[in-house]
Design a protein around this ligand. Sequence first.
Ligand SMILES: [Zn+2]
Length: 82
Amino acid sequence: MIKNETCKMCGSDKIIQGVKMLDFGHANIKRSLSLEVDKSKGFFHKNIEKSDISTNVCGNCGNIELYAINYHELWEFYNSNK
Ligand SMILES: [Zn+2]
């Protein structure tokens, strides 16, 4: 995870790191929000790379910064000819 010592908005160092972003599905089941790079060609040729999202929250002003957890894999997939 990328460490950010200070908030970009207010400069505070009260950063809560690694907060999960959740969505509540059917029956209030928690699901982590995730990213998806979709290079699929039609329904039968699914070609998708996913990443969970991690967030840093500023404890002073509430600013949220988002990070893709496996950003390296996303970039490699994005640049590949798969
Ligand atoms: Zn802040």
